[in-house]
Design a protein around this ligand. Structure first.
Ligand code: CA
Length: 228
């Protein structure tokens, strides 16, 4: 899952980005509203964390502009003071939820997970495909009851494939949702991570779940035929 943080205070933005990256999200940062809107047009974010008080175009304006153009991605608004009228204005401008500063990173993580689960199929924190089980709260994976040790990035890629299971996902789609804007499209990093996941998820005589579709991308499926 790829998030955009919009926060004009560099230190606050850095702390937020570091905390969310530790939670296995790909994170981009914008320091003002105009850049935020540009980035939201150019990239497929899964959620925006939007500070209300920004220089120039503030959080309300950014949110209204996104909604006016039909952009429905979840917006979590950050307000500096615990003021009811600000929250109401934020929600009226199209934000899905708000959080008052200062907040605990754990609470932010819980709000982010709740917003990302909005789709009815994703409410259960446990995702399952065949005997593979992902706990999206703990960011852990098990196959046939056996724990799989994964790095944050390996987990993020596996969760993305599991959420799209049964569908072929291309490299561009993977890089847009699992890597941030520093991703080098000419690198082999996705292939390397797929190989690592295969070793960890599909080892030990189990039915392979991760399949390659040459020229198309990758597919996580328990009914996948031999790799084409
Ligand atoms: Ca601010």
């Amino acid at each position: 899952m790829r998030l955009l943080i919009v926060e004009d205070e560099p230190e606050a933005a850095r702390l937020l980005a570091d905390g969310l990256r530790e939670m296995a999200y790909a994170v981009d940062v914008a320091y003002d509203g105009v850049t935020a809107i540009e980035k939201a047009y150019c990239n497929s974010y899964d959620l925006i964390i939007l500070d209300l008080m920004l220089p120039g175009k503030d959080g309300y304006a950014v949110c209204r502009e996104l909604r006016a153009t039909g952009n429905t991605l979840p917006v979590l608004m950050l307000t500096a003071q615990d003021q009811v009228d600000k929250k109401i204005r934020g929600l009226d401008s199209g934000a899905d939820d708000y959080l008052t500063k200062p907040f605990d990173l754990g609470e932010l993580g819980a709000r982010v997970r709740a917003l990302l689960r909005r789709g009815p199929a994703l409410r259960d924190p446990i995702l399952r495909v065949a005997d593979l089980e992902l706990d999206t709260r703990r960011r852990s994976a098990r196959r046939a009851g056996r724990a799989i040790e994964l790095t944050a990035k390996e987990y993020a890629l596996l969760e993305f494939l599991v959420r799209q299971h049964g569908q072929v996902v291309g490299r561009a789609e993977i890089s847009e949702h699992v890597w941030d804007e520093r991703f080098d499209p000419f690198s082999k990093v996705i292939e390397v991570y797929i190989q690592r996941l295969r070793r960890k998820v599909d080892s030990g005589g189990t039915v392979p779940l991760i399949h390659t579709r040459r020229g198309e991308g990758y597919l996580l499926d328990d009914r996948g035929d031999a790799d084409a």
